[in-house]
Design a protein around this ligand. Sequence first.
Ligand SMILES: Cc1cc2nc3c(=O)[nH]c(=O)nc-3n(C[C@H](O)[C@H](O)[C@H](O)COP(=O)(O)O)c2cc1C
Length: 377
Amino acid sequence: MTLDYRYPALSDLRARAKRRMPYFTWEYLDSGTGEELALRRSRESLDAVMLAPRALRGAPVPDLSCTVLGRQYARPFGVSPVGMTGLFWPKAERILAANAVRHNLPFGLSTVAAASPEDVADVVGDQGWFQLYPPESIDHNLDLLARAKAAGFHTLILTVDVPGPSRRERSRRSGLQTPPRITPRIALQAAMKPRWSLEILRHGMPRVRSLEKYVEKTGNGPHIGLGRHRAPDPEFFRIIRDAWDGPIVAKGVILPEDALMLRDLGCDAIWVSNHGGRQFDAAPGSAHALPGIRAALGPDFPVIYDGATASGLDVLRAIALGADMVMLGRAWLWGVAALGAKGADHVVHILTEDMKSAMVQMGISRPEEARALLWKP
Ligand SMILES: Cc1cc2nc3c(=O)[nH]c(=O)nc-3n(C[C@H](O)[C@H](O)[C@H](O)COP(=O)(O)O)c2cc1C
């Protein structure tokens, strides 16, 4: 049986990933903060998007290519930065970077991933977007940016929705501590998933390799990524703007006035996101926030979206609401934890085929044509 029959939807990969990962790693990946209302709202806000299929359009040939921030990509979707990616499946960062190169998609690497920019430099090609969680010291920020640039990353993502750590209750209940510690409970959960444990033994315990160099100097802070964390403000943004000569994307924007402020400070794109529901439980769903931000910025300013995307149809829904590019966080890890590198390919396959199928139903050949077909009851 082909993969397409065994795992026709991303939810099938999700189910297999859950079976293969230790409980604490699953809980860390899957959970939001608080009662997980913001997480649910992102799903509900996408579910609420209806698109009207058009009649008598013949059989359109879908074209999914797109240009974002001056670069052509094969599909309007890519990889959101995810911390400790290598904890969900060893070497997940390298697998996802290589996958992004194979399929010409953008690949976001988190500051607090288990791989540093140098660790993926030989596989990331021209697809790299580096996400910055600022260390406290400006010198360390500048050094980190220079390292990302030297490793081939051309686009900078500044995450603006993490002024401080959030309470991740579900993660805590699973036994996961910050910074992570191997307690008997964690060791037992790991022992129950021998394939994952063997892979971890083979490749070594995941660590926050980008920041290790600085943590030696400043000591640990309260932030998940270890090391002391700086909460970004406009002054910090100006410093980063001066230091980075490529595009800067502000990630985690919900309010239209913040989008305008960031644009005026020199941002090149706005990334609408509620951080996968992981930071603030009263936040609206990402797709609740997207139309207002698109309206404020006008039709031409680049807008990126993430939140609860779990199908090609979801990608189209976000594009219909105004996104130019849709990034996915958890879905890539479902693929990799379920099937390794083949799983990352399969995520691309499912998203692509599902987008094409939906576009044929709608009678459109370009994703942005979905904007005219938004159903407003
Ligand atoms: C386990 C996990 C870790 C994350 N770590 C980061 C991070 O280090 N930096 C960041 O900007 N966003 C981080 N995010 C948020 C994602 O980039 C993205 O906004 C979110 O996952 C999108 O929702 P989705 O997973 O439903 O696609 C993380 C999300 C998850 C699930």
